[in-house]
Design a protein around this ligand. Structure first.
Ligand SMILES: [Zn+2]
Length: 248
C-alpha cells in the first residue's frame, strides 16, 4: 500500500532518539522541527542535514527558556539565523500562563528580535502563545512577517478569525483526542487555514505526543467538521505544501 506522507507542523524532533527519528523518516513523515534554545537549534540543523527531504528546520528560543539561556547565546541564535537562513523560526513566542507576568517585557523583547530576524529572511514563524494569543498576533502583524503558524491554538474566536483573515495558519494538535476546547477550534477554523502537529515528545495528560498520532488527528478533525477523512487529509497536505514549500 502506498501511503501519502503525513505533515507535522510542530515537533521537537531533537528530543527524540536517533532510532525514533529514523523510523519517522522511514514512515514518510514530513516534519517541521522546532528548537528550544541554542544547543537544540544546532542539533535540529544536524538532523536536517541528514534528512533534508523530510525535515524543515527551525531555529528558535522557547519562551520557557529565556531565563536559562545567556545573552551571548541569544545573540548567537540571532546570528545563526542570519548565517543559516533557515526556512523556519521557532519555537518562539509569548506565554502568559506558565511564565510570571514580570517576565512579559523580556519575553516581548526577545520575541520581537526573532520576528525581525524572520522577517529579514522571509522565514515562517512557529509560534507558542499560550494565553497571549492576541498579544502575539499583534506583534507578528506589525513585524511584517508574512507566514506564521500559531501552534496548538486555543485562543479566543475573534483572534482565530483575525489570524485566518490575515493569512496565517493554526495547527491542530494531536491532543484534540482528549481536549474538548481544541475540538471547538478545529470545528470553527477554516479547513484551508489548518495544519496538524504533534508537539512531540511533549507529555500531555499521560500521552507521549508523537507524529504517529497525526492520522488519528486528521480523523478527529473530519469527525468534528462532518466531512470525510480523505478531504481533510488532502486539504491539510495542500495547505502544508502551499504554505511551507510555496507550491501550488
Ligand atoms: Zn512545542
Amino acid at each position: 500500500m502506498i501511503r501519502s506522507p503525513l505533515y507535522d507542523a510542530h515537533c521537537h524532533l531533537h528530543e527524540f532518539s536517533d532510532p525514533e527519528i529514523e523510523r519517522f523518516i522511514t514512515n514518510g513523515y514530513v516534519i517541521i522541527a522546532v528548537s528550544d534554545d541554542l544547543s537544540s537549534s544546532i542539533r535540529t540543523l544536524g538532523i536536517y542535514r541528514k534528512y533534508t527531504n523530510n525535515v524543515i528546520p527551525c531555529i528558535g528560543l522557547h519562551p520557557w527558556n529565556i531565563e536559562k539561556e545567556s545573552r551571548e547565546n541569544l545573540e548567537h541564535l540571532i546570528s545563526l539565523i542570519g548565517k543559516e537562513k533557515p526556512p523556519c523560526i521557532g519555537e518562539v513566542g509569548l506565554d502568559k500562563r506558565f511564565l510570571p507576568e514580570s517576565s512579559f517585557e523580556k519575553q516581548s523583547e526577545i520575541f520581537r528580535s526573532f520576528l525581525e530576524a524572520a522577517s529579514s529572511i522571509d522565514a515562517v514563524v512557529n509560534i507558542h502563545a499560550v494565553d497571549a494569543w492576541r498579544d502575539a498576533l499583534k506583534m507578528v502583524v506589525s513585524s511584517g512577517v508574512r507566514r506564521a503558524i500559531f501552534h496548538w491554538f486555543n485562543g479566543p474566536e475573534d483572534v482565530l478569525k483575525e489570524i485566518i483573515d490575515v493569512g496565517y495558519m493554526v495547527s491542530i494538535n494531536a491532543a484534540i483526542k482528549v481536549q474538548d476546547k481544541h475540538k471547538r477550534i478545529a470545528r470553527l477554523a477554516d479547513l484551508n487555514s489548518i495544519l496538524v502537529e504533534s508537539d512531540g515528545p511533549y507529555n500531555y495528560r499521560g500521552m507521549r505526543l508523537s507524529p504517529d498520532m497525526l492520522g488519528e488527528t486528521l480523523s478527529i478533525i473530519a469527525e468534528v467538521k462532518g466531512i470525510s477523512r480523505e478531504d481533510v487529509e488532502r486539504t491539510v497536505e495542500r495547505n502544508f505544501r502551499r504554505y511551507i514549500y510555496r507550491q501550488g
